[in-house]
Design a protein around this ligand. Structure first.
Ligand code: FAD
Ligand code: NAG
Length: 589
């Protein structure tokens, strides 16, 4: 199969899913929609039922006297979100905001489009309903920077451990009975399991032989090494925040969920108190009010967009859009994301027909690694997500062309190499990149998508580092396993890198520029420390917080969903504590 026919198949499947959606196969689970009415009043309004918003809404409504409205642009998660094996069909669909990056004329040039698809979920569960399942918490060192930004030690790794445990229900006796079991929860809403297919073991051994540690549990805050990862899959079902935090509480009368409803503006009174929100649903607009607070959890693109539309953002930019300023803050600036570089290794010959995977498992056998150029530093420089495709050109094409929109030529070369071979596909990320992107408004019309600049590789240090990390990673080709079967790094025929000698630093830098994509970890667009205070309150205004990936002061050396969850758990506690204080001596209405 070539790229064109592979993409055609994907389109056909997506078309079929659109038809199936009409059957509303999951509607029975989600019979929770509240039709909003004008001038309704709640204690809290939470904007966005994604990873963070679902958690906040759940925790706040533990108190039956607290009334919360959770507003979501999307709707019920269709059944393909539940089945792990369906992951390639979730983006570029009706449950994706379908944003793309602005063409910066530099990165993403050797891509199908010259820009990047930047998927994010528009559905209950948000991006956790379309993500790729990896449960990785990040390193204690990452959270040190959160402590600095918040000027508050309660954001340290040690102090966040209870919140990680609070969300988690780890189903893995080996880990629970081991010394690292103490870092894991068994009573939380989100079921976490481990990827345990044995095909990874020979690779783990190979990485061990060339000097890496192999561990069972990478989520202890201080561990570097390679492992078969924990995943957001439980009972064969995706553990999105919607599945885990909203479904079990849909009977709560004090929680109203309203779907297919979009917040277009935060309403401020003349003392800069966030009084409520203006929403649109089916072409009608309503105002809804919050007695206590508005909590924005619309994700790393839409939270800054909403703030800016409401007058909270960089003055010059808002003025250029004709928006009146409420607070002049660096909203949308300094976006972080993990640049992904796709590497491939060609391994043993095999003419076995690909073994069909159970669609309830993680879709492709996988292992991950956290590594540093100098491991003595104790924290990672880069992280790798590794996928094993055994005589499976179809999967290779899906990964290459659909998950990462790499150039057709490259995808065809990859699929060809995978014919009758085992291929190790590696997504290599710089853990804490220096380059920054930004989110701007396209216009003051809420229906317009934001302008998103990834900023990828805009600082040349990232490019240099990325090349160095590749050089370290591919040392695995010196291991006995790789040598015995003639395993080798694939060098694609990249037109822009012609004439550069393979395996030189300049070659790898060129390779990075041509084989890059995003890992979908957009964050820090309303960061704690510059837009928010240490309690995630928006500076310069009152009764408004941002709680989601945008609030992160900096990214973490991991896939970021677990970090977004911990941030939301902690935020919910902060809000509840403050609300208890307010209520002392007051009549609670
Ligand atoms: C394809 C993909 C793969 C990923 N893979 C992984 C992985 O393997 N592991 C991992 O840890 N992380 C992964 N991530 C990242 C992770 O899923 C996200 O970082 C995380 O879900 C972000 O959570 P959030 O709460 O900030 O935003 P979201 O979960 O995106 O939630 C925002 C919600 O707000 C809603 N919304 C937005 N604007 C409005 C509005 N104006 N009015 C009403 N509602 C609104 C949206 O529809 C959405 O439901 C992946 C992400 C993607 C997209
Ligand atoms: C790149 O990052 C380094 C390290 O933070 C910094 O010193 C340098 O000024 C940056 N370069 C540019 C062009 O921004």
């Amino acid at each position: 199969m070539d790229v064109a026919s592979s993409l055609a198949v994907v389109q056909a499947v997506k078309g079929a899913l659109v038809v199936l959606a009409a059957l509303g196969l999951t509607a029975y689970k989600w019979s929770t929609d509240t039709v909003v009415t004008d001038d309704a009043v709640y204690d809290y309004i939470v904007v966005g039922a994604g990873t963070a918003g679902s958690i906040v809404a759940n925790r706040l409504t533990e108190n039956p006297d607290v009334h919360v409205l959770l507003v979501e642009s999307g709707g019920d998660p269709p059944f393909e979100t539940e089945v792990p094996g369906m992951f390639p069909f979730l983006t570029k669909s009706a449950i994706d905001w379908n944003y793309v990056s602005e063409d910066d004329g530099y990165s993403a040039q050797y891509h199908r489009n010259g820009y990047l698809d930047l998927p994010s979920g528009k559905v209950y569960g948000g991006s956790s309903s379309i993500h790729h399942f990896y449960y990785v918490r990040g390193h204690a060192n990452d959270y040190k920077a959160w402590v600095d930004a918040a000027a508050d030690d309660s954001w340290s790794w040690e102090n966040l451990i209870p919140y990680f445990k609070k969300s988690e229900c780890l189903v893995d006796q080996d880990i629970l009975n081991s010394p690292t079991g103490q870092y894991h929860g068994t009573n939380g809403y989100t079921v976490i399991t481990r990827e345990l297919r044995e095909i990874s073991l020979k690779y783990l051994e190979a990485f061990q032989e060339v000097g890496n540690k192999v561990v069972d549990d990478i989520n202890t805050g201080y561990t570097l090494g390679f492992t078969r990862p924990m995943v957001f899959i439980g009972n064969g079902i995706r553990q999105s925040s919607a599945e885990s935090f909203l479904l079990p509480i849909k009977h709560r009368l004090n929680l109203h969920l309203t779907k297919e409803t979009t917040v277009d503006k935060i309403l401020f009174d003349n003392k800069k108190n966030a009084m409520g929100v203006q929403v649109s649903r089916n072409g009608k607009t309503f105002n809804i009010y919050a007695r206590k607070e508005v909590i924005v959890s619309a994700g790393a693109f839409n939270s800054p967009k909403l703030l800016m539309l409401s007058g909270v953002g960089p003055k010059a930019h808002l003025e250029s859009m004709g928006i009146e300023i409420v607070a002049d803050l660096p909203v949308g600036e300094s976006m972080e994301d993990h640049l992904a570089v796709v590497l491939a290794h060609k391994l043993e010959k095999t003419d076995e027909t690909p073994k069909p995977e159970n669609p309830s498992d993680f879709p492709i056998p996988t292992f991950i690694g956290l590594d540093a150029l100098d491991t003595d530093q104790g924290y990672p420089d880069y992280l790798t997500l590794n996928l094993i495709c055994r005589n499976n050109p179809t999967n290779l094409l899906l990964l290459c062309a659909t998950v990462f929109g790499l150039h057709n030529d490259v995808c065809e070369q990859l699929a060809k190499a995978g014919q009758g071979r085992e291929i190790l596909v590696t997504v290599l990320n710089v853990a804490r990149p220096i380059s920054r992107g930004k989110v701007l408004l396209r216009s003051k019309d809420p229906k317009d998508p934001p302008r998103i600049y990834t900023g990828f590789l805009s600082n040349s240090t990232d490019l240099e580092n990325n090349a160095a990390y590749i050089e370290k990673f591919i040392k695995v080709t010196d291991s006995s396993y790789f040598r015995n079967i003639g395993g080798e790094t694939l060098h694609f025929d990249l037109p822009n890198c012609k004439g550069l000698e393979k395996n030189t630093r300049d070659y790898w830098k060129c390779y990075v520029l041509n084989m890059m994509d995003t890992t979908f970890h957009y964050s820090s667009t309303c960061r704690m420390g510059s837009v928010l205070d240490g309690e995630l309150k928006v500076l310069g205004v009152n009764k408004l917080r941002v709680v989601d990936a945008s609030s992160m002061p900096n990214t973490v050396s991991a896939n970021i969903n677990a970090a977004v969850m911990v941030l939301a758990e902690k935020a919910a506690d902060l809000i509840k504590k403050e609300s208890d204080q307010y209520n002392v001596g007051h009549c609670v209405t």
